[in-house]
Design a protein around this ligand. Structure first.
Ligand code: CA
Length: 231
């Protein structure tokens, strides 16, 4: 696998030896891993790069893990596993309240952390191409006849809605910015603002998601939209 497609994990841990051993273990598991030693460094690394998962120590010099988590959550929904030295229920509750996805108490067994990382990173299969059909979960898109069905029920889409859905499905699992969507679906010569994307996503969502129990079209706050099986 190319390095660029490896899941990217940022380890935020001030204990250098633990950070180093985590990096080695996770590299060995096939992840691209980088480390940050404190909260400020972590916030910088998070704003300048794309990450699939953060391992965030609670006790950090400067700003602590809670504060880092709270600030991150203002602009990204990256998976966050917090590490704490204390088996403290209040810490866990607070961690979840401010948006941590999971929690591991130190000292931990590496296998436990790895299992939690795998669970967080388990990517749903992206859209499958089956002949002329694009399939994601129970959603079937026929590119040749421009027909769409979900759970066996035909869904009527306008031309623009269909083009938007195909672009999202062809890039299923990736987060697409409004600008990218505008360029690909409306074209380079479209003079308008990206609000039109939000409007059409709403139209599309009302047809392909709202009548069904599982949501496929997700909003990634501050970034854009993605079509995938899980949040
Ligand atoms: Ca620490």
């Amino acid at each position: 696998m190319e390095d660029s497609v490896l899941p990217r994990i940022l380890v935020v841990e001030d204990e250098a030896s633990l950070a180093r051993s985590l990096q080695l273990e996770l590299n060995h598991e096939g992840y691209h891993v980088e480390t940050a030693q404190n909260g400020y460094e972590a916030l910088g690394r998070i704003s300048e790069d794309r990450w699939d998962l953060l391992i965030l120590d609670l006790m950090l010099p400067g700003i602590d893990g809670f504060e880092v988590c709270r600030r991150i959550r203002e602009h990204t929904d990256v998976s966050i596993i917090m590490l704490t030295a204390r088996d403290n229920t209040l810490d866990k509750v607070k961690g979840f309240e401010i948006g941590a996805d999971d929690y591991v108490t130190k000292p931990f067994v590496m296998e436990e952390l790895l299992a939690r990382i795998r669970a967080r990173l388990r990517r749903p299969p992206v859209a499958r191409q089956e002949g002329n059909k694009l399939v994601i979960r129970d959603l079937v898109i026929r590119q040749d006849t421009r027909q769409v069905a979900r759970d066996g029920r035909p869904i009527s889409l306008t031309r623009r809605e269909f083009d938007l859905l195909v672009y999202l499905a062809e890039n299923a699992g990736l987060v697409l910015s409004r600008e990218a969507i505008l360029t690909h679906v409306w074209g380079y010569d479209f003079y308008g603002n990206t609000n039109v994307v939000d409007v059409y996503v709403r139209y599309l969502r009302a047809k392909i998601d709202e009548p069904f129990s599982t949501q496929l079209l997700h909003t990634v706050r501050g970034v854009g939209y993605t079509l995938r099986e899980e949040k």
